[in-house]
Design a protein around this ligand. Structure first.
Ligand code: SF4
Length: 340
């Protein structure tokens, strides 16, 4: 069983030889279980309406930004734009407003996305099991749901109002997703919100419980760091690059088979390094504004957070090939049952 002191000692140990040994172990396990494959995905923001107030997020209900929700026609434009880059794994995101983006709206988005992409994941407001089941039947493969922090006091300090304020409903969401039939769940914490070692221990414990109770689900983890929003910093306990790398490596040694995601909120140099150690899935060519790919000029955009790695999908593919990795645009395709 993993202990808090084990995690804390790993994060605190500044001996380069220790870090090197951890990195080598992580690299070797990643190659053993994933080969040299790196999956690529892209996010598409469908809506920035949000009824919650999280102090660290540009979409929060108190922020005066232009609110927008893509129509079906606009979804087609954004999705066609992303699909022509070769991306086949798509992550559809919204702010957390059940009223603006109910399950019926999400189902319509999934229906349209299926015309462009082979794999569809959502990062949206938490729902009940029957609603997830409906989304599963409509073609959703995965859901990303991050607890942000497992520290209840800190959680209450940064989630001021709205549905997201309900710690327990959020924390039990992975369970409801697993019960709905959806086959992939991505869990995570927002680094910078609270004490990293304690949050990591809680996340690892949560994941172990999920693996035990729902072994048929494919799990992945994400460790986003708080980013600036329009130049303003919100992190209370910033996580430096070496600590993030250690977190990725430690996670790999504890969970050899679990995917680890890294988004474009991290810069190119750090991503290039992390890919070689434990990352298995990265976003590329991302835009974090609603309508940001095809509908709005960059000066009119209100991104959820600033992008640090601005390389295109093609740039990432070329980089991965150059480094002897195998970039994966799709790792499965649905089989038409009438042809079986
Ligand atoms: S983190 Fe999610 S719930 Fe919180 S303000 Fe941003 S979009 Fe809304």
């Amino acid at each position: 069983m993993i202990t808090l002191s084990e995690i804390q000692n790993t994060l605190d140990n500044s001996d380069p030889a220790f870090t090197e040994q951890l990195a080598q172990k992580a690299q070797s396990l990643t190659e053993q279980y994933f080969g040299r494959t790196i999956s690529l995905y892209a996010p598409i923001y469908l809506s920035n309406y949000c009824s919650s107030h999280c102090t660290y997020c540009g979409f929060n209900s108190h922020n005066r930004i232009e609110r927008m929700k893509l129509t079906a026609e606009q979804m087609h434009k954004e999705m066609a734009h992303v699909a022509q880059t070769g991306i086949e794994n798509i992550l559809l995101l919204t702010g957390e407003s059940y009223k603006a983006t109910p399950p019926s709206y999400l189902k319509e988005a999934v229906y349209i996305a299926k015309q462009y992409f082979t794999s569809i994941s959502l990062e949206v407001h938490p729902m009940d099991t029957d609603e997830y089941h409906e989304l599963f039947l409509s073609g959703v493969d995965g859901i990303a749901i991050y607890q942000e922090t497992y520290d209840r006091n800190r959680y209450a300090e940064v989630h001021l109002s709205g549905k997201k304020k309900d710690y327990d409903y959020r924390c039990t969401t992975p369970q409801r997703i697993a019960q709905s039939g959806i086959r992939q769940i991505s869990m995570g914490i927002l680094l910078g919100l609270s004490t990293p070692a304690e949050d990591l221990l809680a996340l690892y414990t949560h994941l172990r419980t999920m693996e035990k109770d729902y072994p048929g689900v494919e799990y992945s983890l994400s460790f986003p760091r708080l980013r600036k929003i329009k130049g303003e910093a919100y992190a209370l306990s910033p996580i430096d690059d070496i600590t993030l790398i250690k977190i990725i490596c430690l996670t790999r040694t504890l969970f050899p088979r679990v995917g680890i995601n890294l988004s474009t909120r991290e810069n190119a140099a750090l991503r290039d390094h992390a890919i070689k150690l434990g990352i298995t899935r990265i976003s590329a060519g991302s835009n974090t504004s609603v309508g940001g790919y095809d509908l709005k000029d960059s000066k009119d955009q209100d991104p959820q957070f600033d992008i640090a790695d601005t390389r295109s999908v093609e740039d990432m593919i070329q980089y991965l090939k150059h480094e002897n990795f195998d970039p994966i645009l799709t790792d499965w395709r649905p089989v038409e049952t009438e042809n079986v």
